[in-house]
Write a protein that binds this ligand. Sequence first.
Ligand code: GLU
Length: 471
Amino acid sequence: MVTKIKGFYMVVTRFAPSPTGYLHIGGLRTALFSYLWAKKNGGKFVLRIEDTDKARNSQEATQAILKAFEWLGLEADGEITYQSKRDDIYAKYIKQLLDEGKAYKCYMSKEELTELRETQMANNERTKYNGKYRDFEGTPPEGVEPVIRIKAPLSGEILVHDGVKGDISFQAEDILDDFVIARADGSPTYNFVVAIDDYLMGINEVIRGDDHLSNTPKQIVVYEALGFKIPKFYHVPMIHNSKGKKLSKRDGATDVMAYKEMGYTPQALLNFLVRLGWSHGDQEIFSMDEMKELFDPKDINKSASIYNTEKLDWLNAHYIKKSSNDELVELLTQYGVMIGSHDKKEILLDELKERAKTLKELASLVDEILLTPTSYDEKAVKKAFKGDAIAILNNFGAKLSSADELHIPSDYHHIMEEVVNEMEIGFGKIGQPLRVALLGKMSGPGLDSVMAILGKEETMLRIANAITTNS
Ligand code: GLU
């Protein structure tokens, strides 16, 4: 195949989602691992949409997967392959196997199959097809559309060389039977098409969840029947929640795009995912370039990884802090906050990006400053608006009004200092009521910065409003 040209080996990996729902965090992790491994090796990462199950697949789910890839900047190489468009290819290989006597038509009716299964269960036996039509030579029963079954080995060992788990030996009699490769309506089955496509697409390194490990021997049967070279497999252990259970929706196994809505940055999410089940010493922060340089599936952990929201928040806070203000302006637009033309956006973001764990939080911190308060926290008012508070605010307001050239935080600080000195009061005496006047509550970023961001007019307006409302 295309992967080996005159001794040149190019790593080709793939992500092969079934579009039955949204792209979730576990799927994204294997996609990321596959992407990184291809990129590290100067190879290719391809995307194959496994949309053969017409009843369960949807266009929206495919679009959701593509949208998530776009958001995260994971770009697949070449055209996207859709299994639904490859029936002719699969039919050709089914015919080949039939012609070569490696597959056969099975006329067992549904009722007969159910009966067989029930008998096996009653006898505590593994349920499997009994090979009735494997070497059938008589006249097939009428009225039954046959399925096509592959002749799987009846005994012996199927060895899976796994790059994560080592060699895994399966006994044919324990796990195999002549499984169906084409249904009665001619449609090919999952394990059959995966093996064919991986081969035809030149995929030589398959990284996927270890929930697929039990499919691998079946796929190996297909590879061998068709004389295809078997790819290298890496089966990645699952992601668990803190209780050691498989990750559920509640724990974060939701649509990847929900992470965008919650305010996570692509870098944080990817960095978080790369560390779920893979490590490089004790390094926690990885830029995309570092991931591409350092990722190696041989370092994938052998045991399940634990999903930890605090870690994701910590990484997200790190990436928000590290982002340039221009990047943040752009990112915030996705959360309805438009500050691209705000003249004090630099001060605003410098002040706030240290405080937010998510972009959504950052967006609401921005709003808390930029939107004039419409109400005041009762407790804060009670605490701050006592004694000379109104007089102090009035004095401060008057000084602001006559000052010009107020630009940076320290310009406002000097006026506060004048008031403090003149009235012989502590900073708290002006700070508290001023904070409530400007922000409606007692908490928030440095007042000097808040005022510099708001500008003189808005600051004076908020002070006047607060005096009117609270005196
Ligand atoms: N389509 C399968 C899934 O979405 C993955 C197949 C594979 O990776 O081999 O679970």
